[in-house]
Design a protein around this ligand. Structure first.
Ligand SMILES: [Zn+2]
Ligand SMILES: [Zn+2]
Ligand SMILES: [Zn+2]
Length: 714
């Protein structure tokens, strides 16, 4: 490591050059700067430097100086700008350090003497280090290369101008060459100028000529820069969008203020986010064609999975897709034969719907079995979904109980496809339906009482109890309730009449947990959505399997805890034997009959939940038996482990072919359908309110709606 590199240091219009050798120490550099530049006090400033493409580094020790030397030599530069950062005179006074960004003008080091006098009085010494501080190294020297070609060069040029506080105009600007001059070239004859062009060997952009000295005055870094465009916002936040796809434009505005000391408009933030989303996830419309490859990839990497992709054979418009991974299908054999069905809107450009079939594991967590993307929740799509579901469930030969929100397309679809399966309606959704029937003017006390009485009907464990509760409900609820019961068969909601096992599950809240679980993925284009769900399933599968290996309980911890609590309740009850298997259990206020052989208790809870009630447990213990022998295997730790012992395999993207024009066909985005519901009517403008023409971000029509309310066919 021979030879010196040059460190350039500018302060208040004076520039000095310092030779730096491999063995140069930090104090040599620091003392040199301190002694040769005026108005610097030892200890009241520190030094930083930044090389193109690297973030700003502190210079504080001999090691830092050596790293600086080696980096510069490695990158084949010979010269580096060292920046002086003056600390506040009241360095320990936190108040001054936390000066709000809005009051702080950042003063650049290399301002000409005449300009610096003008700026001097605004200078607040020290202050916050902004994330944009490294931008000032973006345009640095002749032969500097930009691997990203013209896009990267333009992006960095804009950021450089923002950070250095000037604006520029393009003299020439195409994909081959870019020439830019200072905006004050014409008014003040400023000589700042950069020229860069493409190298055809590697398509990099290189700076060919650079005059990086301004002769214009009054360049301060403005909080609001004319160079700050949506594209610049996009390239700055692209990493943020990857990790936080739900970030709101207003938060982007705030982040820019805080992290960069820059004011950007709401529009720039919003549009910048849209551009960044495309950069991260690709174009929504291309996403559909990628599913063709993805389906094949699933079949190859996860054999035994069931996928079906449908698109129009003539127009190649995407229609729907069904996916169940082998790991889920095999694992579901060890879950209770019970599935929650649910449809939820997606928030992508094409406004599709996600249909899902979710089971429950032995520890009462959700177990997603299959999902599909369709263009709407209707009988046709539900029937198609359930037919695919039947293909994977038939080999398991179990009668599946379905629990759903009673969507009108879903009810006939279940009856037609799974004629033997009992179908339970989610109590929560029925309650909401009831509330809709009774106008709010009746008051919340009355409406809540009706809903409460309905719950009692649903929970009724015997026909006698049901008759009693329903009579009371109809008496109070009047003709509205009588009519409501007409199209609500009691075997679909009441425990006493339900044919099949719903394991005490009254709500489809599992489906809602699933929707919340994928809330970020729901915003993404279809390919990223589907693979995002796959990755989540894969990780959850693995995590739960590892976790269960640590369990020492016979039942899953949730269920074992429930059993322990139930035993505790009945410890003092009197249990009398009637025959080998039949017992009478005397509780504090009543008595019940338990039949251990038929696994029934006259409280009905054992039959309904498929899990022994406290009375049954008291009888089991009296009999000297093991309570675990009376629980279904689905609740055991063994079954839980088995349900997560079929891993979902990775699908490496590396095998994915690039999108090319010359494939046989391209699967296009779906033909969107009109959204259900009444068409939105025009709001009557209040007096004096100016109508602003509104461009829809989805269909780009100027008119009457925005992206959210858009129902145009695209
Ligand atoms: Zn200039
Ligand atoms: Zn009981
Ligand atoms: Zn629109």
């Amino acid at each position: 490591m021979e030879g010196a590199i040059v460190g350039r240091c500018t302060h208040q219009g004076t520039t000095i050059s310092i030779p730096i050798f491999y063995h140069t120490t930090f104090s040599e550099v620091y003392n040199e700067v301190c002694s040769r530049l005026s108005n610097l006090t030892h200890g009241l400033f520190d030094l930083t430097y930044a090389l193109p493409g690297y973030s700003t580094c502190l210079l504080q020790s001999d090691m830092d100086v050596r790293m600086l030397y080696m980096s510069v030599v490695n990158e084949k530069y010979y010269c580096v700008d060292i920046v002086i950062n003056q600390k506040s005179c009241r360095d320990n006074d936190r108040v001054s350090r936390n000066t709000p960004a809005s009051q702080t003008f950042i003063i650049e080091g290399n301002i000409h003497s005449d300009g610096s006098e003008y700026l001097g009085k605004y200078a607040t010494p020290g202050g916050k280090v902004y994330m944009s501080n490294s931008w000032k190294t973006y345009i640095n020297h002749v032969n500097q290369g930009f691997e990203g070609g013209v896009e990267e060069f333009r992006d960095k040029l804009c950021k450089y101008a923002v950070e250095m506080g000037f604006t520029f105009v393009y003299v020439k600007n195409d994909r081959e060459r870019v020439t830019a001059v200072c905006n004050k070239k014409y008014s003040e004859g400023c000589q700042w100028r950069v020229h860069a062009s493409v190298c055809h060997v590697n398509n990099f952009f290189y700076i060919k000529r650079l005059n990086n000295e301004h002769t214009c005055t009054g360049r301060i870094r403005e909080k609001k820069s004319g160079m700050m465009s949506s594209k610049i916002v996009a390239s700055t936040i692209v990493e943020k969008i990857r990790t936080r796809p739900r970030i709101k434009p207003i938060d982007i505005v705030m982040d820019f203020k805080r992290d960069y000391g820059l004011d950007i408009s709401y529009y720039n933030a919003w549009y910048g986010k849209e551009i960044a989303k495309t950069k991260v996830h690709g174009d929504d419309s291309l996403s559909y064609h990628q599913m063709v490859w993805y389906i094949e990839a699933i079949k190859k990497t996860n054999p035994g999975s069931h996928c079906e992709l449908e698109f129009d054979q003539e127009t190649f418009h995407f229609q729907r897709i069904f996916i169940a991974f082998c790991g889920s299908i095999e694992g579901f054999k060890f879950c209770r034969p019970m599935l929650f069905l649910d449809g939820t809107f997606l928030k992508d450009k094409y406004k599709g719907t996600l249909l899902a079939a979710i089971g429950k594991n032995g520890n009462q967590g959700f177990f997603p079995l299959a999902f599909a993307l369709v263009d709407g929740e209707d009988q046709n799509n539900w029937t198609w979904f359930l037919k695919n579901l039947a293909k994977i469930l038939e080999p398991q030969q179990r009668t599946i109980t379905f629990i759903s929100d009673r969507h009108k397309g879903l009810i006939p679809a279940v009856t037609n496809t799974f004629s033997d399966s009992p179908h339970a309606y989610c109590l929560h959704h029925i309650k909401l339906n009831i509330l809709e029937k009774y106008p709010a003017s009746l008051g919340s006390v009355f409406r809540n009482k009706i809903v409460q009485k309905f719950s009692e009907c649903a929970y009724a464990a015997t026909p006698e109890m049901y008759e009693l509760k329903m009579a009371a409900l109809v008496k109070e609820g009047g003709h509205i309730m009588r009519k409501f019961f007409k199209d609500l068969p009691k075997e679909n909601f009441c425990n006493a009449f339900f044919k099949g096992k719903r394991y005490g599950e009254m709500w489809s809240n599992v489906a809602e947990s699933f929707n919340a679980w994928i809330s970020n993925e729901r915003l993404l284009p279809i390919y990223q959505l589907v693979d995002g769900i796959r990755i989540k399933l894969m990780e959850m599968n693995a995590e739960r399997h590892l976790e269960a290996n640590k369990w020492t309980t016979f039942l899953c911890p949730e269920m074992e805890a429930e059993m322990v609590a139930s035993i505790e309740v009945g410890r003092h009850w009197l249990v009398r034997r009637s025959s080998e298997c039949v017992f009478e259990v005397q509780t504090d206020d009543t008595s019940l009959m338990v039949d251990l052989e038929s696994q029934i208790c006259s409280c009905q809870q054992w039959q309904i939940k498929g899990f022994p009630c406290s009375h049954a447990l008291a009888a089991i213990l009296k009999n000297g038996a093991n309570p675990f022998d009376y629980t279904e295997a689905y609740f055991s730790t063994d079954y839980y482990k088995s349900s997560y012992s079929f891993p979902i395999q990775p699908i490496p993207q590396i095998d994915k072919p690039p999108m090319s024009e010359d494939t046989e066909f391209i699967v296009k985005p779906p033909k969107t359908r009109k959204q259900p519901g009444r068409p939105r009517i025009k709001r009557i403008k209040s007096a004096g309110e100016e109508a602003r023409p509104l461009e829809c971000g989805r269909c780009h029509q100027v008119g009457h709606h925005n992206q959210r309310t858009c129902s145009v066919l695209i």
